[in-house]
Design a protein around this ligand. Structure first.
Ligand code: ADP
Length: 423
């Protein structure tokens, strides 16, 4: 079997988000953590998503990593690629969204692509080229003060222009509303006038369906995850993938469970508070972790004493003032690193104690934990919340379940709801 659509995501939770949206079609979706070795010979799924960690890497590193991922996918038959980034267009004037797109276009011989981060189900919409988060423009949302990619403009054409060499254009909503064939005509007209990078408006999933119909033959499509929802159906209609009514995977796992949270975003703070009310809870403090091995040893001891099947959470999640204090003392990177290292060790320990169900909160945190569990391939199961699926992997010949939740996704009861779903 060869790959019908090869996908590259700029972070881990984004990759599982896209994989979940594609898996809604019932097709098999492979989720790879990092670029697999060139000689990896297990049969690929028709939809493969490679999770990278290149959102805030230097531009050249991000381009090199995504080209390597593209080569892996293309060597397995993918003639069409999907470049997935965050629905809040997380980037800086240097990149990495634009430079990676241009590198992939060159690799594929594409002269035009679209940029569509809209995710209406999660409140991200684009109108007149401006990206909204709920009812506020991107630059008035909390993304305004993101520590790594502060978004100080909501206009996607203005955000994209400094990141690319080619011409940037726009298709406004009244034209999108005229449907797929009309949008395809607008794209051709823009291509004829030399526009390589097109931002289409999209305020509903129906708009995204029309856009995906118009770009279904594009060699490169770029956007958030929601734009991909209709692609499996369109590819199946063309015969590029077999029609399927396969069940979404849900292999059995034993009930040992843990929640590991390193996200400090507002929704995760509410989720940690909600879950801690009825679960055994252990808080990690970056300041004591940085002091020496004692703090981690104590946490490991605590974990060893817990019943694997009982609800439990280990979290570093803290209020903004506490995060700021830790960052001031240790520096932002060190504060993040000690927490990620500790959660990685605790994840490995938990597996050793019989835990087979892992709920992980935080994008960076998810990267640290999946790598610690030495997982390079995940099967994608049912969604717990839009864009957050249960995934399944093997370690030491044993199946375990893991879900990777980015900071702001899910409702307050997400952790309970996630574990309940596995029965
Ligand atoms: P999100 O998806 O919410 O952005 P991430 O896991 O990507 O979550 O990022 C959170 C970062 O903050 C991680 O690097 C994590 O290690 C770090 N962190 C977690 N708790 C604290 C804390 N109490 N103080 C400082 N940094 C923290």
């Amino acid at each position: 079997m060869s790959i019908a659509l090869g996908c590259i995501a700029d972070d881990f939770t984004g990759a599982s988000d896209l994989a979940a949206i594609l898996a809604r079609s019932g097709h098999k979706v492979g989720l790879r953590i990092g670029v697999p070795p060139a000689n990896e010979d297990s049969p690929p799924s028709p939809f493969e998503v490679i999770a990278l960690k290149c959102r805030t890497e230097p531009v050249d590193d991000a381009v090199t990593a995504t080209k390597k991922a593209a080569n892996w996918l293309m060597a397995r038959g993918a003639g069409q690629l999907y470049w997935k980034y965050c629905s809040t267009f997380d980037s800086t004037p240097d990149g990495n969204i634009g430079p990676v797109s241009e590198a992939l276009m060159a690799r594929l011989g594409a002269d035009q692509t679209i940029y569509c981060p809209a995710f209406p189900e999660n409140g991200r919409s684009i109108y007149m080229g401006n990206l909204y988060v709920g009812d506020v423009p991107l630059d008035e949302s909390p993304m305004r003060d993101h520590p790594l990619t502060p978004m100080r403009d909501a206009n996607l054409m203005r955000l994209l222009a400094p990141q690319v060499a080619g011409k940037v254009g726009h298709i406004a909503w009244p034209d999108i509303a005229k449907g797929g064939a009309y949008i395809a005509g607008r794209l051709r007209a823009l291509a004829d006038s030399g526009v390589a990078h097109v931002v289409p408006d999209a305020i509903s999933q129906a708009d995204l369906a029309a856009i995906s119909e118009a770009v279904q033959d594009f060699k490169l499509i770029t956007g958030g995850s929601a734009l991909a929802l209709d692609l499996p159906r369109l590819l199946a209609a063309k015969g590029s993938v077999a029609a399927t009514d396969a069940d979404i995977i849900s292999p059995a796992t034993t009930d040992g469970n843990i929640v590991l949270s390193g996200s400090c975003s507002a929704m995760t703070r509410a989720q940690v508070a909600d879950y801690s009310a009825d679960a055994a809870a252990y808080r990690l403090d970056p300041l004591t972790l940085a002091d020496g091995p004692d703090a981690l040893d104590q946490a490991r001891q605590w974990l060893a004493e817990q019943d694997p099947s009982a609800p439990k959470i280990i979290y570093a999640t803290a209020e903004p003032a506490d995060v700021a204090a830790a960052q001031e003392k240790l520096g932002r990177d060190k504060a993040g690193q000690v927490v990620e290292d500790a959660l990685a060790t605790l994840a490995r320990d938990a597996f050793g104690h019989g835990v087979r169900r892992f709920v992980v909160a935080g994008g960076e945190t998810s990267g640290a934990v999946t790598q610690a569990l030495a997982t390079d391939r995940l099967g994608v199961g049912r969604e717990i919340a839009p864009g957050v699926p249960w995934c399944f992997a093997e370690r030491d010949g044993q199946t375990f379940a893991i879900t990777l939740k980015s900071g702001n996704f899910g409702t307050e009861d997400f952790f309970t709801r996630a574990l309940k779903m596995l029965g």
